[in-house]
Write a protein that binds this ligand. Structure first.
Ligand code: ATP
Length: 248
């Protein structure tokens, strides 16, 4: 079957005053693909996610499944099938896992798709259960975040973005704080999610995670793509080594 290009940007640029945070970025993510976006602190990774999802003013093209979305508001991009996580993606401690997802659903205007998970009557919530099943957490729908491992909490954050038939997720440092073992488990879960056809853009500073799970990588430096390719190609790229270690 032909691959579907879920996300494609052309000439995507973001300026903050005199700072060029993103410069002319061309990037694609296919269905079923995990694409890594790496680069030093301040390289513009979060800004790229902001621009793609409609949280930063940008110029250039953003297409979701071929359709231009760069001029529509963030909430409409979300309902069209792209979702992001945030660097400080905390869960509501006093709500159950299912309720945490329900809040997200209500905020993005997908309310009509769920029954009321706040009344305590289960089983409700088709699309919530569907998202939890995708990350292997259906069994903890009625627990509170504090009762879960950190790895499970991180996956709830991913499930919150997957709710509502999301086809493209942009994950901003979703594995921060996980140890080596937890991070590997998390990566395996991302592979299972991608295997369902979801496209994933992954930002993370954990290089072993990124090199392990990504099909392709883009490297940003000062807002610009300085290299793109397979994990093996990227590791050997002199420009990448220089950006990370500093040129002599
Ligand atoms: P990190 O790895 O530290 O999260 P990053 O690669 O995600 O960094 P960004 O946060 O996208 O980098 O920042 C890119 C550049 O844009 C930086 O110079 C930053 O200071 C600037 N920047 C980001 N957001 C804003 C904003 N809202 N207003 C002004 N400048 C900003």
């Amino acid at each position: 079957a032909a691959t579907t290009t879920l996300l494609s940007t052309r000439g995507l640029s973001v300026h903050y005053g005199g700072v060029t945070a993103n410069a002319d970025i061309d990037l694609t993510v296919d269905a079923g693909e995990i694409v890594g976006l790496i680069g030093p602190n301040g390289a513009g990774k979060t800004t790229f996610v902001d621009a793609v999802t409609g949280f930063a003013k940008s110029s250039g093209e953003v297409r979701l499944d071929g359709e231009r979305v760069d001029r529509i508001a963030a909430n409409r991009r979300r309902t069209a099938g792209m979702a992001r996580t945030w660097q400080a993606g905390e869960l509501f401690a006093d709500l159950t896992v299912a309720q945490n997802l329900a809040v997200a659903v209500q905020r993005v205007g997908l309310r009509a798709l769920i029954s009321d998970v706040f009344t305590g009557s289960r089983p409700p919530a088709g699309i919530i259960d569907e998202a939890l099943a995708m990350v292997g957490l259906l069994g903890v729908a009625d627990r509170r975040p504090g009762e879960l491992t950190l790895g499970q909490q991180k996956l709830v954050g991913v499930a919150r973005a997957l709710v509502g038939g999301t086809r493209l997720v942009l994950l901003d440092e979703p594995a921060a704080g996980l140890d080596t073992h937890e991070s590997r488990e998390f990566g395996a879960e991302l592979r299972r999610i991608a295997a369902t056809g979801v496209g994933i853009l992954l930002i993370d500073h954990d290089m072993s995670l990124v090199l392990d799970v990504c099909d392709r990588l883009y490297v940003l430096d000062f807002g610009r793509v300085i290299a793109a390719g397979s994990p093996t190609e990227i590791q050997d790229d002199p420009a990448v080594v220089a950006a990370y270690l500093g040129s002599p």
